[in-house]
Write a protein that binds this ligand. Structure first.
Ligand SMILES: Cc1ncc(COP(=O)(O)O)c(C=O)c1O
Length: 386
């Protein structure tokens, strides 16, 4: 999502006067107001210690995040895109290798694979969950395949039982892109803990977001955690020794301090996102729309509340006319992105991903969204249908 999508148009918000009600797609201001004192204290602490790079703030947050997620190690990096690239590099994946991922989702997953030198092998998605289709994964595996990166898209856990079985049968690496699913569960385990490693984004609008960029890799593999620590810090093994070629991809200490203030609220925020989603579901049921479906054993955390309909663009326009902001996640199937135009790949087609690109619409969904705002969106969608 572009940062402009975060613009707050809710300044004139007036719940009592529905005529003037404007509904933002996301409003971070409401969250920050509730936490501002604690965050200010954290920022002052970092400033007073002048501990801006790595150090205790990052170490502490890594400890807290790994204990929250349920892995032995967490390594803070500059963003989730780097988290994916550095994890693949730590596992020596690069030129000559293929990595499987879904044809519907955020382009950054694809770009991060390509940045290792590896090739992307797309597969289609399950139309019920919008997540990678395990049946299609099996068909895409070939001798060059080294890893699978399922994305827990929109906050919904991918079918990890089936995917894990495939990776075990074929001896492939499993790296979860949990950038949209902080705190989501599958079979009582947090996402990010099932594969060899999991990655998270702390982009401001994520379920757990910083005041800038940030990312994390979680794993139970000590060797991989150590290698990613080196890769994020110019390949250093100590201050003066650069053992491997890395880069600068450190999680900023200020971001770590802010994220540590927010982490204890995450489960409660996710519970509120689920409440909002269920309110939408109740309000919209019966209309000719496809509503989000939760998978058995999974606990969706609704980073995005996404509906699907043929007349998506018309509804989007109608809602915008009534000052309701919406989003498109995502309007171009990944294999059709210009940056990915490779002659041989253009012959591939992924019908579900292609249809979703034209039909999905994200409605406002963030913990501080008020019930009357949800009801207003529901009312307007009913009006559009009549
Ligand atoms: C599924 C997914 N993967 C990766 C990324 C990249 O995250 P970052 O912006 O932290 O690099 C995003 C960000 O939008 C995402 O949604």
């Amino acid at each position: 999502m572009m940062l402009t999508a975060l613009e707050d148009i809710s300044k004139n918000h007036s719940p009592k006067n529905q005529k003037n009600m404007t509904i933002p797609f996301i409003n971070l201001d409401r969250q920050h107001k509730n936490l501002s004192k604690e965050i200010q204290r954290a920022i002052e602490r970092v400033a007073n210690n002048s501990s801006f790079i790595l150090g205790n703030e990052v170490l502490e947050f890594e400890r807290e995040f790994s204990s929250f997620i349920g892995t032995k190690y967490a390594v803070g990096v500059a963003n989730a895109s780097d988290a994916i690239t550095l994890t693949l590099k730590a596992y020596d994946i690069g030129h000559g290798n293929e990595v499987i991922t879904a044809a519907h989702g955020a382009f950054m997953t694809v770009e991060s694979i390509i940045n290792t030198g590896a090739e992307v092998k797309f597969v289609d998605i399950d139309p019920r969950t919008y997540n990678i289709d395990p049946d299609d994964i099996s068909k895409a595996i070939n001798p060059s395949t080294k890893a699978i990166i399922p994305v827990h898209l929109y906050g919904q856990p991918a079918n990890m039982t089936a995917i894990k079985r495939i990776t075990e049968d074929h001896k492939l690496l499993l790296i979860e892109d949990a950038s949209q699913a902080h705190g989501a569960f599958i079979d009582f385990r947090r996402v990010g803990t099932i594969g060899n490693a999991g990655v998270f984004s702390f982009f401001p609008s994520k379920n757990l977001g910083g005041w800038g960029d940030g990312g994390m890799v979680v794993t139970n593999n000590e060797h991989i955690a150590q290698k990613i620590k080196m890769l994020r810090d110019h390949g250093r093994s100590d201050k003066y020794t650069h053992k491997i070629i890395g880069r600068n991809s450190r999680l900023d200490a200020l971001q770590a301090a802010i994220l540590a203030v927010k982490l204890p609220h995450l489960d409660q925020w996710n519970a509120r996102r689920r409440e909002i989603a269920h309110r939408y579901n109740n309000g919209l049921k019966g209309l000719p729309l496809i509503l989000p479906e939760e998978t058995q054993g999974g606990k969706h955390v609704y980073h995005l509340y996404v509906i699907r309909l043929k007349m998506r663009d018309a509804l989007k326009q109608y809602l915008e006319k009534h000052a309701i902001q919406t989003g498109l996640h995502y309007p171009i199937a990944l294999h059709k992105q210009p940056a990915y135009s490779r002659p041989i790949k253009q012959e591939e087609s992924f019908p579900v991903a292609e249809a979703c690109a034209e039909e999905v619409l994200s409605l406002p969904c963030f913990p501080e969204l008020r019930n009357e705002e949800v009801d207003f969106v529901v009312k307007k969608i009913h009006e559009w249908h009549t």
